[in-house]
Design a protein around this ligand. Sequence first.
Ligand SMILES: [Zn+2]
Length: 385
Amino acid sequence: MSAALIDSTTAASLISDLVAIDSINPSLIPGAAGEVEIAHYVANYLERAGLAVWEQTVAPGRINTIGLLHGRGGGRSLILNAHMDTVGVAGMDDPFTPRIEGDRLYGRGAFDMKGGLAAIMLAATELAHGPHLAGDVIVMAVADEEYASLGTEAALAAVRADAAIVTEPTGLDICIAHKGFAWLEIETIGRAAHGSRPDLGVDAIAAMGEVLSELNALNRKLASSSTHPLLGSPSLHTSLIRGGQELSSYPASCLLHIERRTLPGETREQIAAELAAVLETVAAHDPQFNATGRVFFWRDPFAIEPEAEIVRALVESAQQVAGCEPALVGQTPWMDAALLQAADIPTVVYGPGGEGAHAIEEWVSISQVATCAEVLVHVTQRFCT
Ligand SMILES: [Zn+2]
């Protein structure tokens, strides 16, 4: 084990500063603060550390901070990515007052993911003061991960690299796969008529009932279908439903929104075909059935080979710095890692531990933020040669 470069006191002070800045995503909670203040804080911090800093406006009031540590040339470049936004704070007593108990730092965003953001800022400072590397290091502190990932999408339009590490919390394990998702919409079309006129009316909600039972059958099939060694089975759930006009009329329309969680290898075309097959099965039993279906939002699943160079480098750095072999794991939630990987940048997720993403009580392990930062310094110095 190497001597500690980054101590817990320094880490705790930086995480506290970040937690104290309200950066709730305004696309989730209308009128919320957004990333402007935290982006300025990150920019000032990285500037003082000696990085070239760019505040990239991705939408009105939505800002990425991108810090660049120029290499001397000829080496591989590496992105360190963390999101600055958080979800809302409903039900929390004092979400922006960081509270330390032992190794735990409590507050909104501490775990998801201001601890990971602090780790890349601490690592960047250390790297700026260390030996001049051949390759560039890009610190990518992004907006809007909790909603539509405008931040990482905009950053990727401007910046490329040979690999990326996203510091979402993993408890110092290395995440090499996560699920993707599709949002689907089905509308059944009926015919409005007076409730007393079954000869004229067609019930769109009852038609959706048939769709729901087909979707249940599909979900049972997915649950028992081929699984991913790290991610389990694919799945779907019906999220939102709306239909009908009033009690005394046949409903003209019923609208259903579905979320389908995907495994690496599943494509948007496959999911669209699966949806079409559900509607065809219902139609085959009901000549009056009339419906449309579409995939209206898609996010790729993420997977990288365990043998990929950035994975191997991170495993070795974690072993040397932390003194034990990190597990290669999968995580269920979608992350910006998929966008980086889809942009042909080999990507891995590695961050500190804690608990309470999107929950009322949220905390991050301070010592793991410090260890994560040290591992990032180590792996960057090895990779950017
Ligand atoms: Zn997150």
